[in-house]
Design a protein around this ligand. Structure first.
Ligand SMILES: Cc1cc2nc3c(=O)[nH]c(=O)nc-3n(C[C@H](O)[C@H](O)[C@H](O)COP(=O)(O)O)c2cc1C
Length: 140
């Protein structure tokens, strides 16, 4: 069953751009093999990620997140069956939630900060779709 899963988490360690690139390279290779698509937004502390694909494969992947020491404060924001993908262009798109994109998350947060743990499922999806507009195919 085609499913969309959205979650938030925090980086448990400092992730510099090289480490983020290594993470993305691995995620993209692995997601291509499993026909998983999605988008990751990171502000150097918080992650917001959407994953689309087979329900069992997404559940297995989330299980691996639980054991990944780079994550803490994992929080599922939404899981739903979907008729079609919204992020089919990306095995894992990436956009940095940095100062240059402040206007974008001001649209979604009264504080003007990137705080994915406080988002509803619909709010998180709207943020991810806005960020997807900033990412080139597969973030390259
Ligand atoms: C923020 C973040 C996002 C990740 N996204 C993915 C992903 O989309 N796909 C994936 O396979 N692994 C992803 N990972 C890595 C998994 O947590 C885990 O390390 C990996 O699936 C283990 O793969 P392996 O069993 O092939 O070593 C992500 C890790 C982090 C910290």
């Amino acid at each position: 069953m085609l499913t969309r899963l959205i979650y938030a988490s925090e980086a448990a360690e400092d992730l510099d751009p090289v480490k983020v690139q290594t993470l993305l390279d691995h995620a993209r290779r692995s997601n291509r093999l499993r026909d998983i698509t999605g988008m990751l937004v990171f502000d150097s502390r918080h992650f917001l990620q959407v994953l689309e694909g087979d329900r069992q494969l997404l559940s297995d992947l989330y299980g691996r997140f639980v054991h990944d020491s780079r994550h803490r404060r994992l929080l599922i924001l939404g899981v739903e069956p979907i008729a079609q993908r919204l992020f089919s262009d990306w095995s894992m798109g990436f956009a940095a939630a940095d100062e240059s994109r402040r206007a974008l998350y001001l649209r979604h947060s009264a504080s003007g900060r990137f705080e994915p743990h406080g988002l509803s499922a619909a709010g998180a999806l709207a943020v991810l779709q806005d960020f997807a507009g900033e990412a080139s195919p597969d973030g390259s």
